[in-house]
Write a protein that binds this ligand. Structure first.
Ligand SMILES: C[S@@+](CC[C@H](N)C(=O)[O-])C[C@H]1O[C@@H](n2cnc3c(N)ncnc32)[C@H](O)[C@@H]1O
Length: 282
């Protein structure tokens, strides 16, 4: 079945209501930190992506390895809002940014999204489990400066989340005019095969991002699946090989931050007091 392609043209949703729902998620998510490759997907593409993920993950348990975009909450939210009538039964987000995890928990609590949770986790460390998810989703750092190794690290954790027995959706750069995204796509497909998975489908050049220095750069959906008969018992280990961590978030960057901590404040989605000043009438 043309799992991803067919869904990009699904006509049945109410776009206005869906976009307003996605807008609620955007209002709740923390501002991106570019130094850690947090670059948010644009709203219209989030609607399409959420519908694709909801259909793909219908009735399944889904792990997100990182999720600054907020697709993990868009998908169940569109369902509870009655915009979609399909979606995953359970969602767990693993992210090293406490602001991202809190945003997921806060939104899930407020909107009563049952079975949606987030946990603080750095993918350099051994995967904490559980390993019984059916599917994983990742939109990782795109590995422009390390030939996709950061993508492979995130994929490795996703593969562990499904115990090497399931499917994954990997969202990475796709641009036929630039060399690096093609090299990364090639490396990622090679890693997929080496890991006992295969590429089931690719939907090219799908999503745009709020990316000032490359506004035309898009990402694709790469759908991978484990080969039959894969081991379910592989032990997860921390990444210790320094070569795998070189240029992780871009040139000359090495992951030296374990967690991004949140400075708690009230009034999410509203302008912070130190971001403006007032000129008063005398
Ligand atoms: C790197 S961004 C990629 C761009 C993507 N569009 C986004 O903003 O979600 C994806 C997510 O991975 C998380 N992340 C980055 N490095 C991580 C790490 N070492 N371990 C776990 N999560 C990480 C970020 O906090 C972010 O939420």
């Amino acid at each position: 079945m043309d799992i991803l392609g067919a869904m990009t043209s699904f006509p049945e949703i109410d776009w206005r209501t869906a976009t307003n729902a996605i807008s609620d998620v955007i209002q709740n998510r923390p501002l991106p930190l570019r130094i850690f490759d947090q670059i948010h997907m644009k709203a219209g593409d989030m609607v399409v992506q959420s519908q694709i993920v909801a259909r793909w993950a219908d009735g399944k348990r889904l792990a997100f390895i990182g999720d600054g975009d907020g697709i993990s909450i868009c998908v169940p939210f569109l369902k509870t809002q009655g915009i979609l009538n399909y979606g995953p039964t359970e969602v767990m987000v693993y992210d090293f940014d406490e602001r991202v995890c809190s945003a997921v928990e806060r939104f899930a609590d407020r909107e009563r999204l049952d079975g949606v949770h987030a946990t603080l986790y750095n993918c350099i460390e051994a995967f904490p489990g559980p390993n019984d998810f059916d599917l994983f989703y990742t939109n990782p750092p795109w590995g422009a400066s390390n030939n996709g190794e950061s993508v492979c690290v995130f994929m490795e954790r996703g593969m562990e989340a499904v115990a090497h027995n399931g499917e994954g959706m990997v969202v990475i750069a796709d641009d036929s005019e630039l060399a690096w995204p093609q090299q990364v796509l090639s490396r990622v497909q090679q890693f997929t095969i080496e890991s006992g998975f295969f590429v089931q489908q690719m939907t090219p050049r799908m999503h745009f991002y709020h990316l000032d220095d490359a506004p035309k750069l898009r990402s694709c959906n790469l759908l991978i699946k484990s080969l039959p008969g894969q081991s379910k018992t592989a032990v997860s280990e921390a990444i210790t090989d320094p070569k795998r961590l070189e240029n992780f978030y871009g040139r000359s960057t090495r992951p030296h931050v374990r967690y991004i901590r949140e400075k708690k404040r009230l009034e999410y989605g509203k302008a912070h007091e130190d971001s403006y000043s007032l000129d008063l009438y005398r």
